[in-house]
Design a protein. Structure first.
Length: 164
C-alpha cells in the first residue's frame, strides 16, 4: 500500500473543506426557503375574522389626505353623537342625543353655522330654521298633545306670521 504524500493530503483536506462549505451553504438556503414557506403557509391559513365587538370612546374616520370626515364620540354632556364634516373639515351634519337622551339632528352651512335643527323631546317634535348669523327665522313645533304651531320671524326677531 502506497502512503499518500503530504501535498496530496493537503489537497484532499482542501477539497473536503470546499465541499463542507458548499454543503453548509446549501443547508442554509434550504432552511431559509423552508422557513419562508412555513411562514407564508401560516399567514395564508389564518383567515381574519371581524371583531365581535369594538369598544372606544372616540372613532374618527379620515380620508386619504388624513382629514377627519366623520367622528363618532361622546359630545356635549357625555351623550353619543355622530358628526360628518366636509372637505374643509367643517362639521356639516350632527346627529346626537341631548342631556336628557332626546335625539337631535343639525345641518350646518359651509361656514359651519347650524341652519336646520330637527329635535324630538318629551313635548313633541321641533323643526327650526336659522339665517346666516344663526338667528331663528322659522320654527315648526308639533307637540305630543295639542295643535302644531308654525312661526316665521323677521330679522329683528319680531313675529311676521304665526299659526295658530
Amino acid at each position: 500500500m502506497v502512503e499518500p504524500t503530504l501535498g496530496e493530503l493537503a489537497r484532499r483536506i482542501q477539497l473536503l473543506e470546499q465541499q463542507s462549505i458548499w454543503w453548509k451553504r446549501l443547508a442554509s438556503v434550504t432552511l431559509a426557503l423552508l422557513g419562508i414557506v412555513v411562514l407564508l403557509g401560516a399567514t395564508a391559513s389564518k383567515k381574519s375574522k371581524p371583531a365581535a365587538e369594538l369598544r372606544a370612546q372616540r372613532i374618527i374616520l379620515v380620508d386619504k389626505a388624513n382629514r377627519a370626515r366623520a367622528e363618532l364620540a361622546l359630545v356635549s354632556q357625555h351623550q353619543p353623537g355622530l358628526i360628518l364634516s366636509d372637505n374643509d373639515g367643517k362639521p356639516r351634519l350632527a346627529l346626537s342625543l341631548t342631556q336628557h337622551g332626546e335625539p337631535t339632528m343639525s345641518f350646518a352651512d359651509a361656514q359651519g353655522t347650524p341652519r336646520i335643527l330637527l329635535g324630538l323631546d318629551l313635548y313633541g317634535t321641533l323643526l327650526r330654521f336659522t339665517d346666516d348669523a344663526g338667528n331663528l327665522r322659522a320654527a315648526l313645533a308639533v307637540p305630543s298633545a295639542g295643535e302644531a304651531e308654525l312661526e316665521l320671524l323677521g330679522k329683528d326677531d319680531k313675529v311676521l306670521w304665526r299659526a295658530p
